[in-house]
Design a protein around this ligand. Structure first.
Ligand SMILES: [Zn+2]
Length: 279
């Protein structure tokens, strides 16, 4: 029967060869606009009882790039080791942090030993039960259903920050301390919610707050500080865009020369190095 159906397909008599056609645009050519349209069609179909929609993601109180990341996570299309293997990619397929051969989204963001402490520090508690079973979509929906709007924004931002941290190791060979991802996610979430008028952070009189740079600009903040080891100075640089979203960062430990001004100068040099490296 299948043979008869196949043979019944009329082949064109022209001389055109095979070519790729994107089925979701009139021209047959791929465009981001057509994907955006497709996403909205998917949401509309959910209203009629089909696939559940993604509106809760598009309405999340996070910057657009984190919404897109969250949608990719929930759709299980992040380029994890397992995902790349399914697509027969010849690239890295093991976890870059622990070497696990089964690096899927669950491992990369939640169960890898390199990120577990991040979630322990959130106080979310029972998140573990969400990703033990079910798909990434289940985790994201579970988080959205159980957390407040503010906490869901932090959840999404921390997922994004941990994924970004992993990409830095893969593509730049930089091991970023996990704690920096948590600190960034807290700060970025607070900044964004403040920009929406949803949160007012306590202000210390006389202490200047962080002000975002102008559109299309990146602001570098740097500092040098002595913590537990008095012989060493921790240097940190954070680059953020006009949304307050982390653009890049650097951290380093150097010998302490006993002069705070020198520590600040070294941090400034680290900031300049970062700016130069990023062009
Ligand atoms: Zn791992």
């Amino acid at each position: 029967m299948d043979v008869a159906l196949i043979l019944s397909i009329l082949l064109g008599r022209g001389s055109l060869g095979d070519r790729w056609v994107w089925d979701y645009s009139n021209s047959g050519l791929f465009s981001v606009r057509s994907v955006y349209h497709l996403i909205h069609l998917s949401d509309r179909s959910s209203a009629s009882g089909g696939l559940l929609g993604w509106n809760f993601i598009w309405k999340a109180d996070v910057p657009p790039r984190i919404r897109v990341f969250l949608w990719r996570l929930a759709s299980d299309i992040l380029p994890t080791g397992v995902g790349l293997r399914l697509r027969h990619s010849a690239g890295l397929i093991a976890c870059s942090f622990c070497g696990s051969p089964d690096e899927d989204a669950r491992h990369a963001l939640f169960t890898c030993p390199s990120v577990c402490a991040a979630w322990d520090s959130t106080g979310f508690g029972d998140l573990d039960s969400w990703w033990r079973a079910g798909s990434p979509e289940c985790w994201v929906r579970g988080a959205h259903g159980a957390l407040s709007r503010e906490d869901f924004a932090f959840f999404a931002t921390l997922c994004w920050a941990l994924w970004w941290r992993q990409n830095r190791l893969v593509w730049e060979g930089v091991v970023q301390p996990m704690l920096l991802s948590v600190i960034f996610a807290r700060a970025a979430t607070t900044t964004f919610l403040e920009s929406l008028g949803m949160m007012t952070a306590p202000r210390c009189v006389g202490v200047p707050c962080w002000l975002p740079p102008g559109a299309s600009c990146v602001k570098l903040n740097f500092d040098g500080a002595v913590r537990k080891d008095p012989n060493r100075v921790g240097l940190g640089v954070v680059a953020r865009d006009s949304w307050g979203v982390l653009n890049d960062l650097r951290a380093d430990l150097v010998p302490h020369f006993g002069c705070p001004a020198v520590s600040e100068a070294l941090a400034a040099r680290l900031a300049v190095d970062l700016a130069v490296a990023r062009g």
